[in-house]
Write a protein that binds this ligand. Structure first.
Ligand SMILES: [Mn+2]
Length: 290
């Protein structure tokens, strides 16, 4: 059964039709290279199942972002290779960007973000990527593939600068590929006062956000393929997303690496809430003007 990000019975059909929607949800079911807990291909379905439980009024911004229209595409799946997945997602996102849509891509493992970044980088100048992640993902190659999920950001960094936050795990071989200034460790968020300023200063005018859910602490986000202790907390994340939405132009984002568990649906709902929050921050100003 197809799920919409919005509960259609609550908001009505008008707000989920493509022609009435500024916002487009692109679910990508793909998990080929994860090395430990499998199942992120089921992430998009779990988010779409949880999302209709959201309140569509965001009390913090005093807005109802669904009024911009949120259309959910059919899930893209069944790829023959990583290259074909990246190309398919690139074409899909590129096509919608050219129609002026604000695109939210749901993964899937982290390599799902490569196609969207390629699409944005091809159309938008002065772009940087804000990566939320426990891992740098800056390996040129892993397990015999340059498209392993541990290599996602190395591929992304070919298109534009990457600013990473929440990092607490990396291989020594990645040191030479990272710009230490642009890596905000999870411990920096915990111990330093200026971590938000560091992020804001490093970002360019236009920002794409790639949100690997394992950036969050496993106490609130246990449903990932590679949970790492010492992660970001909910309000840390909201604070920085709000700041970024005020200082930069958020052009699109993805939420990846949800590895859903039947026993605990709270992380699925967290992912849905995060998406709605980020949309609320992004569109709050235009809604207030309307
Ligand atoms: Mn990760």
């Amino acid at each position: 059964m197809k799920h919409n990000f919005l509960d259609i019975t609550e908001v009505g059909e008008y707000y989920v039709l493509e022609e009435n929607s500024d916002i487009l949800i692109v679910p990508v079911s793909y998990d080929e290279t994860s090395t430990w807990i499998k199942g992120s291909d089921k992430g998009p379905a779990a988010i779409l199942e949880a999302a209709p439980q959201l309140e569509f009024y965001d009390l913090e911004t005093d807005t109802e972002v669904y009024k911009h229209g949120i259309h959910t595409l059919d899930t893209i799946s069944g790829f023959g290779s990583a290259e074909s997945m990246i190309e398919a997602v690139y074409k899909e996102v590129d096509g919608w960007l050219r129609k002026g849509k604000f695109v939210v891509t749901l993964g899937g493992e982290h390599t799902v973000c490569i196609g969207p970044v390629k699409a944005y980088a091809g159309l938008i100048d002065d772009l940087s990527v804000l990566q939320f992640d426990a891992h740098t993902d800056m390996r040129p190659e892993y397990n015999g593939s340059i498209y392993n999920h541990a290599c996602a950001m190395y591929q992304v960094s070919k298109y534009c600068p990457v600013i990473a936050v929440g990092i607490r795990s990396m291989g020594k071989c990645e040191l030479k590929h990272i710009n230490r200034q642009n890596v905000i460790l999870a411990s920096d968020v915990y111990y330093q006062k200026n971590w938000k300023e560091r992020i804001i200063k490093s970002l360019t005018k236009n920002v794409y956000i790639s949100f690997d859910l394992d950036a969050l602490d496993p106490s609130i986000m246990p449903s990932t393929g590679t949970p790492v202790p010492g992660g970001l907390q909910w309000f840390d994340v909201l604070e920085i997303l709000k700041e970024v939405s005020l200082h930069s132009n958020i052009v699109g984002f993805d939420v990846v690496e949800l590895c859903p568990s039947e026993a605990n649906k709270a992380p699925d709902f967290l992912a849905a809430t995060l998406i709605y929050k980020l949309l609320s921050y992004k569109f709050a100003n235009s809604l207030q003007r309307a």
